[in-house]
Design a protein around this ligand. Structure first.
Ligand code: MRU
Length: 403
């Protein structure tokens, strides 16, 4: 793909003409292709098949798709869908991805708008207008909040390093994709990395330390880190090196040894920053499978080797689920077996990108477990960064008690 055709805009909603197009994330980083979403059913399919993914982006696409669906229904000659029909479609949409709470929160808010009408009533302009306003606000707020998360994360990083009297270059590890492609723009965990690099890279940092390098984990089995986060970091010219999920302990160990380096880089890992799909009341956080092991690795190094690596969860408040008390109650989506036993991608011939093919990488017919997410216990999380000005940290009993 030529550099000019690259984009980080995952969601394009035309407020004038009420059309929705989403960047097909299944063909990134090799091609820029937008697909049109004309109905709630289209959104269900796009979310389920991962053409759009990432907790906030899923909710925004869902909400915009509801707007487009109602608009097309009102415009059509024989459009006479009722509130009850819409409620049935909303329940269907909700089943597309169960773990991320943002979509459930958005659908719940839209249900609240509908509940002052009879289910037999036909959809009308007033309902359309209220849902249009809700969806556009959801998008605008998400974008504004991501920038606040970025700033708040940067502040937390600066304070942590100062408190420790750390000096020199440092590195950050992240997992999955939590950037512009997973949100309305800027991102959450990757948004913090963006904001930190902008203010704290070597040439501009006014502090005694600077962000030198980022290590995105590949994020097996779906490879959101390898395909999407590297695409975003490369686009933004933030220096990074891709690693597999199972290289994290080795990486931290290597970088903390002054005599060793990773391709010339020696800056120690000071932060692991991850996103979230659902943060429950006690602070337990569901995120992409592999996140929990990053937190346990940080804990090992901090307790055995005094590395002081901070494990940060970054998410907008729309990811907080106050109706669920602990992580045990979170429903974890299990994805198809083929995502583990096959790899899908284009044939690469030099710089030529050919047709997409599927290759097998496991013994046919075997048993596979493919949970898409895991839950990091709050005890392993140093802080939860949201758009709220304060970073959430544990109380003296080690609890978050989010409100
Ligand atoms: O399965 P995905 O790609 O939707 O998983 C995404 C993640 O786990 C992200 O870390 C999370 O949704 C936060 S995105 C800002």
């Amino acid at each position: 793909m030529s550099k000019e055709s690259r984009t980080l805009q995952a969601i394009k909603f035309d407020r004038q003409n009420v059309t929705l197009d989403i960047l097909d994330q299944l063909v990134l980083p090799y091609s820029t292709t937008y697909i049109s979403i004309k109905s709630i059913d289209d959104a269900y399919n796009a979310i389920k098949s991962m053409q759009v993914r990432g907790a906030p982006a899923i909710a925004i696409v869902g909400a915009f798709a509801i707007v487009v669906d109602i608009y097309n229904n009102l415009k059509s000659k024989d459009g006479n869908s009722s509130i009850g029909d819409l409620q049935t479609s909303l329940q269907h949409l909700l089943r597309s991805r169960p773990t991320a709470v943002n979509l459930a929160n958005a659908i719940n808010d839209i249900e609240q708008i509908l509940c002052s009408y009879e289910t037999s009533e036909v959809l009308n302009e007033s309902i359309y207008k209220q849902i249009f306003d809700y969806a556009t606000r959801l998008y605008d707020d998400d974008l504004a909040n991501n920038h606040k998360i970025g700033e708040n994360g940067l502040k937390y990083i600066v304070e942590s390093l100062k408190q420790e009297n750390f000096k020199g270059p440092f590195s950050i590890i992240t997992i999955c994709n939590t950037g512009s492609l997973a949100t309305s723009g800027h991102g959450t965990a990757l948004g913090i990395i963006r904001s930190t690099y902008a203010k704290l890279h070597k040439e501009v940092s006014g502090e005694d330390f600077f962000l030198d390098h980022v290590y995105p984990c590949e994020t097996r089995p779906y490879n959101q880190g390898a395909k999407l986060t590297t695409y975003e970091l490369d686009y933004e010219k933030i220096p990074f090196t891709l690693i597999c999920d199972n290289m994290v302990s080795s990486l931290i160990q290597t970088l903390k040894n002054e005599k060793k380096d990773v391709h010339g880089k020696t800056s120690p890992v000071k932060f692991i920053i991850v996103g979230a799909d659902r943060i429950v009341r006690n602070g337990d956080a569901a995120n992409k499978i592999g996140t929990f092991q990053l937190a346990t690795i940080a804990q090992y190094f901090n307790s055995a080797q005094d590395t002081k690596i901070k494990f940060i969860v970054a998410a907008p408040r729309t990811t907080i689920d106050l109706n669920t008390e602990t992580g045990d109650e979170i429903k974890i989506e299990e994805r198809p077996h083929k995502e583990l036993t096959t790899l899908v991608g284009p044939v690469l011939n030099g710089s030529e990108v050919g047709d997409k093919i599927t290759v097998g990488i496991a013994t046919p017919g075997i048993t596979v477990w493919n949970p898409a997410f895991d839950v990091t216990p709050h005890g392993l999380i140093d802080s939860i960064i949201t758009e709220d000005p304060i970073a959430y940290v544990k109380d003296k009993n080690g609890n978050y008690n989010l409100t």
